[in-house]
Ligand binder design. Structure first.
Ligand SMILES: [Zn+2]
Length: 292
C-alpha cells in the first residue's frame, strides 16, 4: 500500500502500515541517509530493497529519531551505515530494547496497545538482532552527505528524553519523530516528559518556516500550523497536570479528571509521570491567624 513520497530534491518519506510509522530517505553525492528503520529485520530488509528502487547510493548513515522499537530495531540490517542517535536514546535502546524483546517472548500477544499487530510480527520483534548505536551526541550533530548536509538536533525532552529532529535545510524538511503525531494523539509512555514537552515543541516551532514540511513519527506529513495546534494541546495537558497538582489533587483524583484535549486512557502515563516529577501534592491550607 505504501510508496515513497518525494518531499523535495532527493528527499523522501515512506509511510508503513504496521504501527503507521514513517521512514525518511535523504540522498547526497556521498551516499544516502535513512531516518528510522522500522521494527524488525524483515521490515528493514524491505526498506533497503525499496531504497534501491530510488537510488544506487549506498546507505551510509542511519539516524534514529528516538529509541522506540518501531523506529530502531531495523538498525542492524543497515550494515554499511554508521548509526546516530542522541545519547539518551542510545542508552535507552541498549537498556530497554532487550527488555521489550523479553516481554514479547513472555507475552506473545496480541499486545493490547497494538491490537492490529499479529503475534507473529511481535515474535519477529522479539527475535530481531539489536546493535549498539555507533555515534551519539548531546545536542547537535551535522552529517555531511557530500553536496548537502543534514542536521540532527535535540531540543529537549518530550516524547522521550532522547528525541531528535532531523533537518534537511536545503528542502525545508523536518523529520520530528514522535514529538509530533498525525494519525493518533501524541504518545505519552512511561518514559515521556509531559511537563517539558510543550517547551521542547515550542523550540521546534521556532525553527519552522510557514512552508516547512514536517514529517511526524506516525501519519501524514504536516505543516507548521498543525504543529502549533498540537503544541497547544500538549501545553493544555501540562498545565492541567500542574494545576491539579497545585490544587492538592491526589494522583487518583487527577486520573479521574475528565477535561483533557485527548481521552484520559491516552494520558494516564502523562499524569503519572507529571506527578512523579512534582512529588506528593500538599493539601492547600487556609492562612492561619498569626499570634496576637
Ligand atoms: Zn513511534
Amino acid at each position: 500500500m505504501s510508496d515513497w513520497t518525494e518531499l523535495g530534491d532527493r528527499c523522501w518519506v515512506r509511510r508503513y502500515r504496521e504501527w503507521d510509522v514513517n521512514v525518511g530517505l535523504v540522498v547526497g553525492s556521498a551516499g544516502a541517509l535513512v531516518v528510522d528503520t522500522r521494527a524488525t529485520t524483515a521490515q528493514a530488509v524491505e526498506v533497503l530493497a525499496e531504497i534501491a528502487e530510488l537510488t544506487d547510493a549506498p546507505v551510509r548513515w542511519v539516524v534514529n529519531t528516538h529509541a522506540h522499537f518501531d523506529h530502531t530495531f531495523g538498525n542492524a540490517t543497515f550494515t554499511e551505515a554508521a548509526t546516530y542517535a542522541q545519547e539518551n536514546a542510545a542508552a535507552a535502546l541498549a537498556e530497554r530494547g532487550p527488555a521489550l524483546q523479553e516481554h514479547y517472548r513472555d507475552n506473545p500477544g496480541p499486545d493490547l496497545a497494538f491490537p492490529e499487530i499479529p503475534p507473529e510480527l511481535l515474535a519477529e520483534v522479539a527475535a530481531t538482532e539489536l546493535v549498539a548505536i555507533d555515534n551519539t551526541f548531546a545536542v547537535a550533530k551535522v552529517i555531511d552527505l557530500g553536496d548537502r548536509r543534514v542536521e540532527l538536533l535535540h531540543l529537549g525532552s518530550g516524547h522521550t528524553d532522547g528525541d531528535v529532529l532531523v533537518v534537511v535545510p536545503d528542502v525545508d524538511v523536518y523529520f520530528v519523530g514522535d514529538l509530533v503525531e498525525e494519525s493518533a494523539a501524541p504518545s505519552y509512555g512511561d518514559d515521556s516528559y509531559p511537563l517539558e514537552w510543550p517547551d521542547t515543541i515550542d523550540r521546534v516551532i521556532g525553527l519552522l518556516s510557514a512552508t516547512a514540511k514536517v514529517v511526524p513519527g506516525h501519519g501524514a506529513v504536516v505543516d507548521a500550523e498543525f504543529v502549533r495546534a498540537q503544541a497547544e494541546d500538549l501545553g493544555t495537558v501540562a498545565n492541567t497536570i500542574s494545576g491539579l497538582h497545585h490544587a492538592g489533587t491526589t494522583l487518583e483524583q487527577a486520573l479521574a479528571h475528565t477535561d483533557w484535549p485527548w481521552p484520559i486512557a491516552h494520558l494516564e502515563q502523562a499524569v503519572r509521570r507529571g506527578y512523579e516529577v512534582l512529588g506528593v501534592p500538599r493539601r492547600p491550607t487556609l492562612p492561619l491567624l498569626g499570634p496576637g
